[in-house]
Write a protein that binds this ligand. Structure first.
Ligand SMILES: NC(=O)c1ccc[n+]([C@@H]2O[C@H](COP(=O)([O-])OP(=O)(O)OC[C@H]3O[C@@H](n4cnc5c(N)ncnc54)[C@H](O)[C@@H]3O)[C@@H](O)[C@H]2O)c1
Length: 371
């Protein structure tokens, strides 16, 4: 969700050990022919390989043999990796942008879609409504290997209240609790390498904290924080060693953003704290890295529910060190980096992808600086 509860791959243009003038995605096809030699850890073995690949009508010879030449560029190479992205229900949000960046880097994409939004998402996908935004930098369309129904507020079938079970928005789907989703992914694919949590919900997000009910506050925590603990808890056993997980957070966790209410700021603070603890536990238990991206404001569906997202986007544009629009793909690219072998020593971190807005203490039109 927005600054609340609730992207194409420019950084990915650096191709796996290939000349800087080539797009990474164009290189994927050729590199995949040498994947047995390259392995799934990607660039680490690049300096020792030499191969040639067709690019358009011409053929580009690539030599990156130690001692012969210096390879250009660093690859974000996710070929051979499988990602489960929880929280994709349209092509506007951060989850979609992250899915695209990971796909562009070569990962296989599975998504988890909130049950009430599943039907419309699958129908739109089937009817080609997202085809334009499925385009990857190499011109191919992102493939989603499978869409899983998910409601991350429920861990297992025993937790689901009768009124939800019988709700017609849920009755057409099955196996959508977190535990069942992980079991289904295991049954279908065996394992994953990357887990992305890009979901949040706060039913009272428009209410100030002082007016938030206990149930509204706890609902925000359940959907936006514990949902991540639960996802990692259930997916960790099927995550390959060396894998990585990320979630999305928002600066309202550490600085006051009036209007981001209903306990959502508290939920993001919990998510960031949990990132550090989970990084330790998942690191020790499964050699899995855990990070969270503190993203700047984006006009996603969830963010629009808060009501003032356009103002937040404008505020960011005017006041951030980088005076530009924040694109969802910039967050997607950062996510691709964080889950890639290039970030192999980064875990437990909150990484800001917000044009630098988090560093500012006062607005640029403040009388303090305007004089
Ligand atoms: N948009 C912003 O300005 C912004 C800024 C910083 C962080 N974020 C975070 O980014 C993440 C993605 O949000 P977004 O803004 O891209 O919006 P989005 O609408 O694309 O994503 C939110 C997703 O959460 C799903 N969802 C809600 N409740 C769920 C549940 N119980 N189980 C499973 N899925 C559920 C929704 O269906 C939706 O697909 C969220 O964590 C959000 O807080 C957003």
């Amino acid at each position: 969700m927005a600054p609340c509860a609730a992207a194409d791959a420019q950084m990915l243009a650096a191709s796996p050990c290939i000349s800087a003038s080539q797009s990474m995605l164009a290189s994927r096809a050729a590199v995949s022919r040498i994947s047995p030699a390259l392995g799934t850890s990607g660039f680490a073995s690049c300096p020792r390989i030499a191969y040639s690949r067709p690019l358009g009508s011409s053929s580009v010879a690539v030599r990156a043999v130690s001692g012969e030449s210096t390879p250009h560029g660093l690859p974000i190479d996710l070929r051979g990796k499988r990602a489960f992205i929880a929280g994709v229900a349209d092509d506007n949000g951060y989850g979609w942008a992250i899915a695209k960046a990971l796909a562009a880097a070569g990962a296989e994409i599975l998504v988890g879609t909130w049950v009430p939004a599943l039907n419309i998402f699958e129908t739109s996908l089937r009817r080609g409504k997202f085809d334009e935004s499925r385009k990857l930098p190499d011109g191919s369309l992102m493939e989603i290997a499978k869409v899983y129904p998910l409601d991350a507020v429920y861990d297992s079938p025993e937790d689901v209240p009768e009124e939800v079970k019988t709700n017609k928005r849920y009755s057409g789907s099955s196996k959508w609790t977190v535990k069942e989703a992980a079991e289904s992914v295991k049954e279908d694919f065996g394992s994953i390498d990357i887990l992305v949590h890009s979901l949040a919900n706060g039913p009272e997000v428009t209410k100030p904290l002082l007016e938030t009910s206990r149930s509204g506050y706890l609902a925000a925590m359940s959907a936006s924080s514990y949902s991540y603990v639960s996802l990692l808890q259930h997916f960790l056993p099927i995550m390959n060693s060396g894998g990585a997980s990320i979630s999305l957070t928002y600066i309202a966790s550490e600085r006051t953003i009036p209007g981001y209410g209903g306990g959502m700021s508290s939920a993001k603070a919990a998510l960031e704290s949990d990132t550090r603890v989970l990084a330790f536990e998942a690191g020790r238990k499964g050699n899995i890295r855990v990070n969270t991206i503190s993203a700047g404001p984006l006009g996603s569906r969830a963010a629009k529910a808060i009501g003032f997202i356009e103002k937040m986007i404008e505020y960011s544009y005017v006041n951030a060190p980088l005076e530009k629009e924040l694109r969802a793909d910039e967050v997607g690219n950062a996510a691709a980096f964080l889950v890639s072998p290039l970030a192999s020593a980064i875990t437990g971190s909150t990484v800001y992808v917000d044009n630098g807005l988090n560093t500012m203490a006062i607005a640029v039109d403040s009388p303090t600086v305007a004089s």
